[in-house]
Design a protein around this ligand. Sequence first.
Ligand code: NAD
Length: 551
Amino acid sequence: MTGPRPVRAARGTSITAKSWQTEAPMRMLANNLDAEVAERPDDLVVYGGTGKAVRDWASFDAITRELTDLEPDETLLVQSGRPVGVMRTHEWAPRVLIANSNIVPDWATWPEFRKLESQGLMMYGQMTAGSWIYIGTQGILQGTYETFAAVANKRFGGTLRGTLTLTAGLGGMGGAQPLAITMNDGVALVVEVDPARANRRVETRYLDELADDLDDAVRRVEAAKAEKRPLSVGVIGNAAEVFPELLRRGVAIDIVTDQTSAHDPLAYLPKGIALDEWKDYADKKPDEFTDRARESMAEHVGAMIGFMDKGAEVFDYGNSIRGEAKLGGLERAFDFPGFVPAYIRPLFCEGKGPFRWAALSGDPKDIAVTDRAILELFPENESLARWIKLAGERVEFQGLPARICWLGYGERHLAGLRFNELVASGEISAPIAIGRDHLDCGSVASPYRETEGMIDGSDAIADWPLLNAMVNTASGATWVSIHHGGGVGIGRSIHAGQVTVADGTDLAAAKIERVLSNDPGMGVIRHVDAGYDRANEVAAERGVRIPMEHK
Ligand code: NAD
């Protein structure tokens, strides 16, 4: 069978692969394509515009078959979502090595990528789609929660209570925004062009309400803001029209951002094109569509700058919309910052980033056990405790039960080792897959996002993610990936991921200790090298060895 079909990861404690080290990638790949998890599973698209888990259905079948038979000293090689070889390695080596969407820099453009993709030679792996550790919208929820908490700390006295945030995009990632804002006690107005996407967020309780029209939406959010009542309201419309309209009406908006799929101009609907014409138009006339999308983005970003001029806190939320708006002719496109330099970099200096794990049993009780373990391990961390508690109450699992929280250098390996002990003792019923987003402290070069505005100007240096992938491979990760173009689009980023399986064995413990120290350790050394004082302090306090003084 090679065509689309419903896919769901196996559950329970008996396995079809030869060990949990190969059962885990098989289940996580299937989980990425579960209809509860993936945005368009029939097309193998998991999230982020066109981010795919595998190249085609035949590749899905072949990967599953190979993982079923793979020996503990073999490694499967995956090139842009297609299995291309099995090599004899050793038991400390990763069971899967993945390289997705990588193109030699001079050729790294969307048109070149699309040409290769249409010839069946490549796929776009986004970040966690092609590396099989996407866990649904919760994955981004924690990062979004942290970002809005940082906005609250910077501008609004530590809470979003009584503030109104305007944003757009209710897709796989963007769908986390309304819940992250209400978790910070704020009011959110979210513009989405596709009613199906908006309804899906209401069904999964990420969005509280969908308004009938813009007037109704404005009424609802203004009332909630006045009453200081957390509320999220979606409205169907095109952001390139709605943002300028709200600016014209003078609606008092405190914070503005955006998470439409702007990184890929074909995944951003220009104004004046109907939803049901979108795909056909983009397929048939990609260049014309791209020009129109960029023009619309220029209007959309122009309105964001209008709000900024009126005093709002405005930031780019990692989708390259400033870059596209600039190409659309907007001179001031880069007047507002990206969210990483504005709020996240201090966390990166501590090796902090989006640590996540999934219960391979499929049993939510296993995640409850890990939640308690995290609370016991880090009792002094109040915002972590708040998050774990809120997540337990408000996050609906999609696919295999999973959890995410931001942990730093010196913390992640403690969590991983504890999970491994709980698997060994039987308190957790089956192994845990421990991974992270590629958006992490030391695993990405992305000058419009994670490495924007580095203090030493090293934004575009991509040696770091490559070293990260190599050190994770050398440290015993279960699967390791190197991708290009995630988040911000082809030509604009290079990044790496790892997943390590806690199967309760001593060998897994030895690997976990190394991977979950060295992986965030890359974040510390990357920021020490760039000259960040906080990273220097962390390295000194926590014993990260740095051979040379900062240049
Ligand atoms: P997605 O494709 O699943 O969703 C995008 C949504 O935008 C869709 O629902 C689409 O209908 C809507 N949309 C498109 N054009 C629109 C318009 N003109 N007006 C209103 N709505 C419109 O993508 P996603 O996974 O939600 O990711 C969104 C963006 O965020 C991507 O560019 C992605 O690369 C980026 N991203 C950011 C981070 C981060 O940490 N900040 C992380 C991952 C992804």
